[in-house]
Design a protein around this ligand. Sequence first.
Ligand code: NDP
Ligand code: GDR
Length: 334
Amino acid sequence: MSQRKAFITGITGQDGSYLAELLLSKDYEVHGLVRRVALEDPGHRLGRIAHVRDRLILHAGSLESFPSLYQIVRQVQPHECYHLASQSFVSYSFDDEFSTLNTNINGTHYLLAAVKEAAPACRFYFAGSSEMFGKAEEVPQTELTRFHPRSAYGISKVAGFDLTRNYREAYGLYASSGILFNHESARRGYEFVTRKITSGVAAIVAGKAKQVRLGNLEARRDWGHAPDYVEAMWMMLQQGVPDDYVVATGETHSVREFCQVAFSLAGLDYRDHVVTDALLHRPAEVDLLIGNPAKARATLGWSTHTNFQMLVRLMVEADCRVAGVSLAGKAIGV
Ligand code: NDP
Ligand code: GDR
C-alpha cells in the first residue's frame, strides 16, 4: 500500500505536535498548515515541532483564507485531515467574540468545503470540545447530551460540529468529531490554568516569583493527558463509518485541587502563594463538565494511560526542568 498522507491544521499547537509525532511513528507522510509568520520566525513559533520539523512538510496558509486551504488540499491530496486549528482560549473569546467566531466557524467551513471539492475521499476530523455542553443538562455528558454553550468559543465549536455532521450527511464525507474534554501536557499553552500553575510553581521553586494569580479556584474540569487524546483522534478516522465520540477521563478535579497537588510536589503550601483576582473570573462559567467516554472505550478501544496525579507531576517536573531547578529547588543542568 502506498504511504498514507495526513494534513494537520494547528500542527504548531499542543495537540498538533503530539498528533504529528504519532502519525510519523505510524509512517504517515505528515503535512501541516502553518501561518506565514510562523515560517518567518520558526525559532519562536515552531517550538513544539522543532524536534520533528525536518520530517514534516509545512504549508503556509490561514484559516481565514479559503483559497489557501483549497490549494493545499488539492495539492497534497491527503487521506486524512485533522482540523485542530482554532482560537482555542475560552477566556479570550469573551474579549473578542468576532475573531473567535470568524476564525473558528469560517475556518471549519472553508476546510470542509475544500476537502469536499478537492479531495472528497479524504477522512476529516473536527476538534469539538466539552465547552459545547456549557450549562450542562446532565452529568456526566455523553454524545447524546444537548449542547448549551456559554461562550463565543463554545458557540463556534457547536457550529463546527454541526457543519461537520452536515457534510457527512449531505455530501457523504467521512467526517467525525471528537468531543474532547480538557487535556494538558508539558506542551500546554501558558495561558491555560494548568500550565499557569505548574510554570508558576517552577518559577517559585527557582526563586524567580513568589505568587501565582488565578481566577475561580472552585472551577472543576475533567483533565486528561494530551498524548492519550490524539490517539483517539486517529482511531476515529480508522473506523468503518464516521461518527462522533466523547473523549474524557470521567473524573473531575477543581483548580484548587490542582494547586494543592502541584505545590505539594515542591514541598509548598499553595495557600502561601496563590492569590485570587476577581478580574480573572469569566462572565459566564460552564457547569460541571465530566465526560462519559464509554462509547470511545467500547467502539474505538480507547483508554487513558495517565491519571490526574501523574499528569500534575509530569507537568511540574517538566516546568522545573525548563526553569533549571529540581523539585527540591536545586539547580540542574538544562
Ligand atoms: P492550541 O491553542 O495549542 O493550538 C491552536 C493551533 O491553531 C495553533 O497551531 C495555532 O497556530 C492554530 N491557529 C489558530 N488560529 C489560526 C489561524 N487563523 N490560521 C491557522 N492556524 C491557526 O490548541 P490545542 O492544541 O490545545 O487544541 C487543538 C484543538 O482542539 C483546538 O481547536 C481546540 O479548540 C480543541 N480542543 C482542545 C482541548 C484541550 O483541552 N487542549 C479540548 C477540546 C478541544 P499558531 O501556532 O500560529 O498560533
Ligand atoms: P478551558 O481551560 O477554559 O476549560 O478551555 P482553562 O485552563 O483556560 O480554564 C479552566 C478553568 O480554570 C479556571 N481558572 C483559570 N483559567 C485560566 N486560563 N487562567 C486562570 O488564571 C484561571 N483561574 C481559574 C477557568 O475559569 C476555567 O473554569 C480548555 C481549552 O483547551 C479549550 O480550547 C477546550 O475546548 C477546553 O479546554 C475543553
